[in-house]
Design a protein around this ligand. Structure first.
Ligand code: FES
Ligand code: MG
Length: 564
C-alpha cells in the first residue's frame, strides 16, 4: 500500500506537523483532501523550448495524468533538466550525469509512490534510466517517439543521417547554398526524436526491450494518436504501481536483461552510444558491462533491421513492421524470455502476442538477415587496452582490414582548423586520428569521432576512410569509424603517443587495432607523457573532471556507481 503525501515526512521531527504543513502548502494549488489522500504518481516534465525532440511532452503529460486519475491515483508533475543534442554545450554527454543526478534526487526528495519518466532525445532516457536504477520506487518510462520524415526533390529526408549526407554533398560542391537552405527547412519535419536508428531510437527501443516501457512504446511516432494512448496507458500502469507496489528498475535489470538488450542492439543496427549508456546503467546496478559478451552476441546475432544508417528506412516503417515485439520474436532463441517487465508478465508474453505483419521487409529473419554480421564489434589492441567499438554494419567492407599512415589531430579544434586545408598532407589510404576528445579530454566526449573526410579528398570523391578516436559518434552516422578508445588520450591512454607518420593496423576480423611501433619505443613514449592536468577549478566542470570515468565504464561519475 502506498504512502502518498506521507512519504518522507522527516524534515521537522514532528511528523504530524510536517504533513499538516505539506497539505497546507499544496492546497494553495486547489487540491482537496480526497485528492491528497491517494497514492501519488510523479511525472518528470522534460519539456523545454530548447528541446524540439520533447515538443509533445505537454500533450503526453496530459494523457499520463488522465491515465493516473482514471485509476484512482494523484498525478504530480515536476520539472527536471532537459537536454537536446544541438543545444548542450560543450556536449550533451557532459550534462547526462547531471540530469541523472538531478532526476534521481528529485524522485528521492519528493513524495511519490511511483514515477513516470518522459524522455526521448539521446541523453535523456539514459539519464533517466540511470536515475531510476538508483531509486527506491518503481519507475515506468515513456519515450517521446520518433519525428516525421520530410521530402525533397522526390526523396525522403530524415534527421539526422540525411543531415550528414546532404551536408556532405554541400561540402563536396554537389549542391549549392540555396538548395542546402531549402533542405534545412525540410530535414526535421516535426517534433519528436531523430527518425533513423540513431541513439534516441536505439535507447527508446532498448527501454522497451528491457521491459521498462509499454510494448510499442519505443517506436510509436511522436505525432500519432497511438503515442498519446500509450501515454494514457503508461499513466494507468503507474497508478497501479503506486497503489500496489511493483518491481523497481534495479530489480528488473538483471544481467540477463542487459544481455537481451545486447541482442536487440546488435540485431537492430543500434547506435554505438548505447554501449556507453548501457555501461553506465550497469555501473548503477553493481556490475560491469561485459564488452566481450557484447562482441560474442554480435557474432551470433546478425543485422536484421533495415533502417538508416545501416540500412534504408526510417522509424515509422520499423513501427509499422511490428516494432520491438516483432524484432524480439525474430531473435527469440537468443533471449531470456523469462525477463520481467514493469507492466507485469514477461518479455516472452509480449512475443507470444505478436501478430505478424504480412509482407513486411523491414525486420528480416535470422536465416536471411540484412547483413550477416552484427552491428557492433569490440576491438582490443595496444592502442586501446580497455576496448573500443566499431559499428561494422555501417562501415566500408574494403576498409575492415587496413594498414595506413596516421594523420593525427590533437583536439577537436585542431581538427576543424586543418581538416579542410589544401596543404594537409593526407591520402585516402591514411588513418585519421583524433585525440583529446574523450570523457575528460574535450570535455564531455563529443560526437566528433565521425571525422569529416578532408575536403580535398571529398572533392576527389572519397567517401570513407579509417578514422579512430577517443570520441563518440552520432548514432546516425556512417563510416569506418573506431570509437571510445580507452583509456582516452587526456587520461594518458596510448592514443596520446601516436605520431603523424606512424602506421596503424585495423583488423576487424581479428578484433584488433594496433599502433605498429617497436614495443620498447612504445614504452618509452608512454613513460614520457606529462602528468594529467588538474582540470577546472570550480563548479560542475570541476566535479566532472575529477569524477568522470572512462567510456568502458559508461563515463558515469565514480561516486554514482554501486560497488559490485
Ligand atoms: Fe534529439 Fe536527435 S536531436 S533525438
Ligand atoms: Mg544523436
Amino acid at each position: 500500500m502506498s504512502n502518498g503525501l506521507r512519504r518522507k515526512l522527516t524534515s521537522y521531527g514532528d511528523q504530524g506537523f510536517s504533513l499538516f504543513l505539506r497539505k497546507a502548502f499544496i492546497k494553495a494549488m486547489g487540491y482537496s483532501d480526497d485528492a491528497l489522500d491517494r497514492p501519488i504518481v510523479g511525472i518528470a516534465n522534460t519539456y523545454s523550448d530548447y528541446n524540439p525532440c520533447h515538443g509533445n511532452v505537454p500533450q503526453l503529460i496530459e494523457a499520463v495524468k488522465r491515465g493516473v486519475m482514471l485509476n484512482g491515483a494523484l498525478p504530480m508533475v515536476f520539472p527536471t533538466i532537459s537536454i537536446h543534442e544541438s543545444f548542450a554545450s560543450p556536449t550533451s554527454m557532459y550534462l547526462r550525469n547531471l540530469m541523472a543526478m538531478e532526476t534521481e534526487e528529485m524522485i528521492r526528495a519528493q513524495p511519490m509512490d511511483s514515477v513516470v519518466l518522459i524522455g526521448g532525445c539521446d541523453k535523456t532516457l539514459p539519464a533517466q534510466i540511470m536515475a531510476a536504477a538508483s531509486s527506491e520506487i518503481p519507475a515506468i518510462f515513456l519515450p517521446t517517439g520518433p519525428m516525421a520524415t520530410g521530402h525533397h526533390k522526390g526523396e525522403r529526408l530524415g534527421a539526422c543521417t540525411d543531415c550528414r549526407r546532404m551536408w556532405g554533398r554541400f561540402r563536396a560542391g554537389e549542391i549549392d547554398e540555396a538548395e542546402i537552405t531549402e533542405v534545412n527547412n525540410k530535414l526535421v519535419a516535426s517534433i519528436g526524436t531523430c527518425t533513423v536508428m540513431g541513439t534516441a531510437s536505439t535507447m527508446a527501443n532498448l527501454t522497451e526491450v528491457m521491459g521498462l516501457c509499454l510494448p510499442k512504446g519505443g517506436s510509436a511516432p511522436a505525432t500519432d494518436s497511438e503515442r498519446v494512448r500509450l501515454a494514457e496507458a503508461t499513466g494507468a500502469q503507474a497508478a497501479k504501481l503506486a497503489r500496489d507496489g511493483g518491481l523497481t528498475v534495479r530489480e528488473l535489470l538483471t544481467p540477463a536483461v542487459i544481455r537481451n538488450a545486447m541482442v536487440a542492439l546488435q540485431a537492430m543496427g543500434g547506435s554505438t552510444n548505447a554501449v556507453v549508456h548501457l555501461a553506465a546503467i550497469c555501473g548503477r546496478l553493481g556490475f560491469k558491462l561485459d564488452m566481450d559478451l557484447l562482441d560474442q552476441v554480435g557474432q551470433r546475432v546478425p543485422l536484421l533491421v533495415d533502417l538508416q544508417p545501416s540500412g534504408q528506412h526510417y522509424m515509422a516503417e520499423f513501427h509499422n513492421a511490428g516494432g520491438v515485439p516483432a524484432l524480439l520474436k525474430e531473435v527469440r532463441s537468443e533471449l531470456d524470455t523469462g525477463a520481467l517487465t514493469v507492466y507485469g508478465g514477461t518479455i516472452g508474453t509480449v512475443i507470444d502476442a505478436v501478430v505478424d505483419e504480412p509482407g513486411q521487409t523491414i525486420i528480416r529473419t535470422m536465416v536471411a538477415p540484412l547483413k550477416p554480421i552484427g552491428t557492433l564489434a569490440v576491438l582490443k589492441g595496444n592502442l586501446t587496452p580497455r576496448g573500443a567499438v566499431i559499428k561494422q554494419s555501417a562501415a566500408s567492407k574494403e576498409l575492415m582490414q587496413h594498414t595506413g599512415r596516421a594523420v593525427v589531430f590533437d583536439s577537436v579544434e585542431d581538427l576543424s582548423n586543418r581538416i579542410d586545408s589544401d596543404d594537409l598532407d593526407v591520402t585516402a589510404q591514411d588513418v585519421l586520428v583524433l585525440r583529446n576528445a574523450g570523457p575528460k579530454g574535450a570535455p564531455g566526449m563529443p560526437e566528433a569521432g565521425y571525422l569529416p573526410i578532408p575536403r580535398k579528398l571529398a572533392r576527389q570523391g572519397v567517401k570513407d576512410m579509417v578514422r579512430i578516436s577517443d570520441a563518440r559518434m552520432s548514432g546516425t552516422a556512417f563510416g569506418t569509424v573506431i570509437l571510445h578508445i580507452s583509456p582516452e588520450a587526456a587520461d594518458n591512454g596510448p592514443l596520446a603517443i601516436v605520431r603523424t607518420g606512424d602506421t596503424i593496423t585495423l583488423d576487424v576480423k581479428a578484433r584488433r587495432i594496433d599502433l605498429n611501433i617497436d614495443p620498447a619505443e612504445f614504452d618509452r613514449r608512454m613513460a614520457a607523457l606529462p602528468p594529467v592536468p588538474e582540470g577546472p577549478p570550480r563548479g560542475y566542470a570541476s566535479l566532472y573532471h575529477r569524477h568522470v570515468m572512462q567510456a568502458d565504464e559508461g563515463a558515469d561519475f565514480d561516486f554514482l556507481q554501486v560497488a559490485p
